[in-house]
Design a protein around this ligand. Structure first.
Ligand code: HEM
Length: 202
């Protein structure tokens, strides 16, 4: 991937994320009854927390992660727990994507589908390029930190396999787009012509 992509995509994604947050704040819906958690929602929450913690620990405390991974037993445990989180996340995302598609909420389904695609590329990374939490701090974290310091330097990441580069850049894009997902499903509007029998069957 070209240097220009590594330099531009993080900031374009950050701009989109700001727009997504602003849109949410302006379109705040009136409080309504809380929607019950589905099994897909619970899987996304549990898997998402595990995967996010793994990603954030390497970025925010790379030395702690390095020290933790110094023992093969701990490295194996972290990888196994991350893999379980990844499977839960992917399973939950499939369920929710299909549900939104069945409800005809195509935009939400498409955005959830992109998150699923990103989770699949993460799963592929975790399985095909093993011990990711060990190389993550040396290959990807320096790039992420250089982006945060407004001096993007992708010299190490540019030598990594394509799937690592894709997962990193696409991850930024889907994180920004995720802010455009409707938290609550759109209300189902009753058709204008409903017979009394259909009404009671609802
Ligand atoms: C800037 C954004 C991101 C970067 C730099 C990044 C980087 C990485 C790296 C290096 C790995 C391999 C680590 C390992 O195997 O332990 C990984 C794994 C993974 N990533 Fe990401 N990722 C990003 C965003 C995302 C997002 C938004 C998702 C979810 C939609 C995601 C889902 C996963 C999953 C499921 C795994 C495999 C399990 C795990 O190791 O945690 N990633 N990611």
């Amino acid at each position: 991937m070209s240097e220009a992509l590594f330099s531009a995509i993080p900031y374009v994604a950050a701009g989109a994320a700001v727009a997504g947050v602003a849109r949410r704040l302006m379109a705040r819906a009136p409080a309504s009854a809380p929607t019950p958690w589905t099994s897909s929602g619970r899987a996304i929450l549990a898997g998402g927390v595990i995967v996010a913690l793994n990603h954030l620990l390497g970025l925010l405390a790379p030395r702690v992660m390095q020290a933790f991974n110094a023992s093969p037993g701990r490295l194996f445990t972290l990888e196994a727990v991350s893999l379980i989180g990844a499977l839960l996340l992917a399973w939950g995302l499939v369920g929710l994507t299909l549900r939104r598609a069945r409800e005809g909420q195509w935009r939400t389904a498409a955005l959830l589908g992109l998150l699923f695609l990103q989770s699949c590329s993460g799963l592929y990374l975790a399985v095909a390029l093993r011990w990711g939490s060990a190389w993550y701090v040396h290959v990807v974290v320096p790039y992420l930190r250089s982006v945060l310091a407004f001096q993007p330097d992708a010299s190490l990441l540019a030598q990594a396999p394509f799937v690592v580069q894709f997962h990193t850049l696409f991850g930024m894009v889907v994180l920004a787009l995720a802010l455009f997902i409707r938290a609550r499903p759109e209300p189902v509007t009753a058709p204008l012509l409903v017979t009394p029998r259909e009404e009671t069957a609802r």
